[in-house]
Design a protein around this ligand. Structure first.
Ligand code: NAP
Length: 502
């Protein structure tokens, strides 16, 4: 049963007004809007809980994470049903995403139990050192404090209320306040019920998790500027992320803002690879482009393709494959509206050629793919922006130099892909040297959609893919975003955090 309220300090509370949720299909729900006062109450509860929660053992936090996973699984069917109505995403995809979400929680549990994340180090005292004795120094990573989390509409489970950011922050020892995404408020409500149930079972302070819901931007802004908030985890659009990032920097005390935003995810098809496998690569690319109606942050939206017969064959295959892709509902009618608006804008760019065009429909999207020359792409800002949905641009290049010029011109990306054969290695090496400065993850002979949850994963990249390129939002090392090093100099053993004692 949906509560439709805010979860603050273990209690479901009303807000000053309500909004009606707008599911893609099925039942709509009345959801309470929050206010700055309610944000203040959630932040105060998180602040109060922080002192104790930060000193809980890794094993008790691991137990909490596993319990959240189990409570989510218990409500699995209800979550999938509501989430399907709210997002239009099919059940099979949502079951898979739930598995990914609970797997992330369990992976963080195992990771913190190992203890390496604390990065402990000890420099013994050297009292006899001449001329200045050395004090005893001990260092370890400690949790920041309360963290605000914003999830994206396209991953209503894995990048939302109990998604990777929440799991990482709770694992680190930071209380969390989630601002629910207005595209799936009932899903956030159900997941929050699961989290509360786990908190009660594990006998934790309920202030460590709050959910506030809102249909506007004021509550989000009150949250990131609240003095008790010490960091923000955000997944969403560049526009939303940039607004909140700027607010974090303008605070009297600026705080880290970990924004995971959009990306073009360029794919470079090198000549020998094109010669050998044009049709095969084209088919895989069309499939990856249309996954989830193109609503993936890792959608390969830019393809760099050599001119010539083989490149033309690639394009013919793309056209044939796209004929079979049907229109599908997008996550919200607003996202569909933006998609068609942006696709229309692309057609006004001089020198643009349609490879495959479809007609605008309300609430749904179907593919639109265009092509242009390297020279045109390099001078057009519009062509270098992400369009969320099944859109892509193919840039035809005449030689290696044009490919490298495009690579050098790229802004920060989540991923970059190279299709290559042995004889392409010389160009591939030159590209790699550029791409490692541009993207968080570089792939060979694969497609970027599908982000493995693993310790070696990097899901992030230079701005605007993310606001902080030295980290990742997926995989166990994402915990480091919510930890800071503290050095304890000559502090008596018994006063040190337990994990730093001998
Ligand atoms: P979004 O519109 O930016 O929404 C994300 C969250 O931010 C929502 O809670 C939204 O609430 C809030 N928000 C947005 N603008 C705001 C503002 N100006 N002030 C205050 N709050 C604001 O993003 P989305 O449409 O849900 O997600 C799609 C985007 O996310 C795509 O660009 C996709 O590439 C990206 N994405 C990135 C990743 C990644 O890992 N890098 C993963 C998934 C998706 P309101 O709607 O109430 O404003």
């Amino acid at each position: 049963m949906i509560k439709g309220k805010h979860l603050i300090d273990g209690t479901w509370v009303d807000g000053p007004s309500t909004f009606q949720s707008t599911p893609v299909q099925g039942t709509s729900h009345i959801i309470h809007n929050a206010s700055s006062n309610l944000v203040g109450e959630a932040a105060q509860a998180a602040h109060n809980a922080y002192q104790n929660y930060a000193f809980t053992s890794s094993s008790s936090r691991a137990q909490l994470l596993r319990s959240i996973a189990s409570e989510i699984n218990k409500r699995g069917q209800e979550i999938s049903t509501i989430c399907e109505q709210e997002t239009g995403l099919p059940q099979a995809r949502l079951i898979g995403e739930r598995g990914r979400t609970t797997n992330q929680l369990e992976q963080f549990a195992t990771y913190i139990e190992k203890g390496d994340y604390l990065q402990r180090s000890v420099d013994q005292a050297l009292p006899e050192r001449d001329p200045i004795p050395r004090p005893e120094l001990r260092k370890m990573m400690r949790p920041f404090g309360p963290v605000a989390i914003f999830g994206a509409s396209n991953f209503p489970l894995a990048f939302s209320t109990a998604g990777g950011d929440t799991a990482a922050a709770l694992a680190a020892g930071c209380p969390v306040i989630v601002k629910g995404h207005p595209a799936h408020p009932a899903t956030s409500d159900l997941i929050s019920q699961a989290i509360l149930s786990a908190i009660i079972k594990c006998d934790m302070d309920p202030g460590i998790f709050s959910l506030v819901q809102d249909s506007g931007v004021k509550v989000a802004q009150a949250l990131v500027t609240h003095p008790h908030i010490t960091a923000v985890g955000f997944t969403g659009s560049l526009q939303g992320g940039k607004t909140l990032f700027d607010l974090c920097n303008q605070r009297p005390v600026p705080i880290p803002f970990y924004g995971e935003m959009g990306s073009l995810n360029p794919v470079f098809v090198l000549p020998e690879s094109l010669d050998k496998s044009a049709a095969k690569i084209a088919k895989g690319w069309v499939e990856s482009l249309n996954l989830g109606v193109g609503q993936f942050c890792t959608k390969p939206g830019l393809l760099i393709l050599p001119e010539g017969n083989k490149g033309d064959e690639f394009i013919s295959t793309v056209q044939q494959q796209l004929e079979d892709v049907s229109a599908n509902l997008m996550l919200t009618s607003g996202i569909a509206e933006s998609y068609w608006h942006d696709v229309e804008k692309i057609q006004t760019v001089p020198g643009i050629k349609a490879i495959f065009q479809s007609k605008a429909q309300a609430a749904s999207a179907s593919p639109n793919v265009f092509s242009t020359t390297a020279a045109q792409w390099l001078q057009s800002d519009i062509l270098q922006e992400e369009i969320f949905g099944p859109y892509a641009i193919i840039v035809r290049t005449t030689d290696q130099e044009e490919m490298l010029a495009i690579a050098n011109h790229l802004q920060g990306q989540l991923t970059a892909t190279i299709f290559l054969e042995d004889t392409d290695h010389e160009t591939a090496l030159k590209l790699l040297q550029v791409l490692e400065q541009k993207a968080g993850r570089i792939l060979a002979n694969g497609y970027p959609t599908g982000v493995e949850v693993a310790e070696s994963m990097v899901h992030g990249g230079p701005y605007p893919a993310s606001t902080f390129m030295a980290t990742t939002s997926v995989g166990s090392t994402a915990i480091q975003r919510f930890l800071k090093p503290v050095c304890y100099q000559n502090i008596p053993q018994s006063l040190l955090p337990q994990e730093l004692q001998d």
